[in-house]
Design a protein around this ligand. Structure first.
Ligand code: HEM
Length: 496
């Protein structure tokens, strides 16, 4: 009987295997799979491959089966129809270390703890109401940034735009989330920014252990990735530790003054449990990591690409500037009440997000169940990447996709909130970005004031055609060559 049973089981397994229909994809090599085909900018290489193999493509990253999604309808399937099957995250070396072994929101597996922590941050920091309550912080910080740019304008000093945007997003995020700016951050000499650049590089790093679980760690030690990751972790840990210590020693008289760090520390003191997990210092630091790294870099990158496209497209620059100046009028600074009227600016931002979504492949997802995707079988523990960069350049979706034409969004219902799968800079579904309101509030106000107060010129000897559009590598895609522009004072001289 046993033998008969074994034979039956064997036959069944073979049939199941035979019946499985896997998505098409480039043939993998032994051991490395398709890793050799990723190149320096995986989203671009994957886009080229998807044109050959289709919008649902299976590749192998070492021994990890990975589905690459490259069309709006396929994105809708994984982010909406099968969202529950695709809503976990793979546990990777870099994200694991920097999130204190996945105690955060963005890189933790799907489950009750993730749901509770996400809800906590949404309620206390990221809801539309909370974001609105931080309005004065954004206005103050943008105001001081404009002051500092006015100095450069007076001395005729060109500005590295990404650095300015980073400094701005860091100071706004710190005040909103940690209650104040931290003087020891050494923003001006760029050291703190380097810590952030390195951390985001580590979050997006390709580590051998992620693809070859058995022996990859040896490779990671040999290549120095392990040591780099440890160094990055220590620096960030030091930063969160200082934030926590300052909060522990500060005595706040009323609840109004409390920020999310105070709330988390109170929960630690009260031994509050989230989905059965007692909050400890590591949990708090992991959450701080998310709030800090998720918002700072993405916002700055998006603003940098916006100024790049405007510098390359003087007609659009002129049109958006005219709209802003006619709405804001003679006021020295634009305030948030001015923003709803800036219709063209919103079209410009959508067009920038179509061509330059900061997280080109979203954050990696991992399937939790077996499901059928356009007739193909997808197994649990399959990694899923949605190539939103490729979707934004799909010629069947967009006319002249490589052209920068904000007007294409005129009278179009498409927006970026995760309901239109043609434009997904913030992802969609359960794991979609919870920081959209916070991010967009910062971006719109900052850009409006940058364009209201100054005309921006290319450094001497440069023409629009010389502006580099090369992309850097990482989990988020910055410009490879920094954009430098010269501010020329305009409205700033007029006092309101
Ligand atoms: C322009 C600004 C931003 C962009 C383009 C952006 C983009 C994204 C993307 C693509 C994801 C992954 C979505 C997915 O897998 O479907 C994500 C997740 C996330 N974002 Fe953002 N983001 C931005 C700003 C922010 C801000 C300001 C915060 C908060 C301070 C934030 C917090 C998060 C968190 C916590 C997650 C993880 C969500 C989860 O896994 O449940 N983001 N973001």
């Amino acid at each position: 009987f046993n033998n008969r049973n074994k034979t039956a089981t064997k036959t069944m397994t073979t049939t199941t295997k035979k019946q499985k229909k896997l998505p098409p994809g480039p043939p993998p090599l032994p051991i490395i799979g398709n890793l050799h085909q990723l190149g320096h900018l995986p989203h671009q290489s994957l886009w080229k491959l998807s044109r050959q193999y289709g919008p649902v493509m299976l590749i192998h990253l070492g021994c990890v089966p990975t589905i690459i999604i490259s069309s709006p309808s396929a994105a809708r399937e994984v982010l909406k129809i099968h969202d529950l099957d695709c809503c976990s995250r793979p546990q990777l070396l870099g994200t694991g270390r920097l999130s204190y072994d996945h105690l955060d929101i963005a890189f933790i597996e799907y489950g009750d703890y993730w749901r509770e922590v996400r809800k906590l941050c949404l309620l206390n920091l990221l809801s539309a109401k909370r974001v609105q309550s931080f309005r004065y912080i954004r206005e103050e910080e943008v105001g001081s940034m404009i002051e500092s740019i006015a100095k450069s304008a007076r001395s005729g000093t060109p500005i590295n735009m990404r650095e300015k945007f980073m400094a701005l997003t860091i100071s706004i995020t710190c005040r909103v989330a940690f209650g104040k700016k931290f003087p020891w951050m050494e923003l001006n000499d760029g050291k703190f920014m380097d810590v952030i650049y390195e951390a985001t590089a580590m979050l997006g790093s390709f580590s051998a252990s992620d693809f070859f679980p058995r022996f990859g760690w040896i490779v990671d030690r040999f290549t120095g990735l392990h040591a780099r990751l440890e160094k990055s972790f220590r620096k960030l840990d030091n930063f969160y530790q200082k934030v926590i210590e300052e909060h522990r020693s500060a005595c706040k008289s009323n609840e109004e003054e409390e920020d999310i760090v105070d709330l988390l520390l109170k929960m630690e003191r009260d031994r509050t449990e989230l989905a059965g997990v007692q909050l400890k210092e590591d949990n708090i630091k992991a959450i701080l990591m998310n709030i800090f790294l998720a918002g700072v870099d993405t916002n700055a990158i998006l603003m940098d690409w916006t100024m790049t496209e405007l510098a390359r497209n003087p007609r659009t620059m002129q049109k958006v500037r005219e709209e802003i100046r006619s709405c804001v009028g003679n006021k020295k600074l634009a305030v948030e009440d001015d923003l709803p009227r800036l219709k063209y600016l919103k079209l410009v931002l959508k067009e920038v997000m179509r061509l330059h979504p900061p997280a080109v492949l979203l954050l990696p997802r991992e399937t939790v169940g077996h499901f059928n995707l356009f007739g193909y079988d997808v197994d649990p523990k399959t990694r899923v990447h949605v190539n939103v960069w490729a979707i934004g350049r799909d010629p069947s979706m967009w006319k002249d996709p490589e052209e920068f034409v904000p007007e294409r969004f005129e009278n179009s219902p498409i927006d970026y909130s995760g309901n239109h799968f043609e434009l997904l800079p913030f992802g969609a579904g359960r794991r979609g970005c919870p920081g959209i309101s916070m991010g967009m509030a910062m971006i719109e106000l900052a850009l409006t004031n940058f364009l209201h107060s100054f005309d921006w010129e290319l450094p001497q000897g440069m023409t629009e055609g010389d502006v580099s559009m090369e992309e850097g590598a990482g989990l988020t895609i910055p410009k490879k060559v920094p954009l430098t522009l010269l501010p020329v004072t305009q409205f700033y001289k007029t006092d309101a």
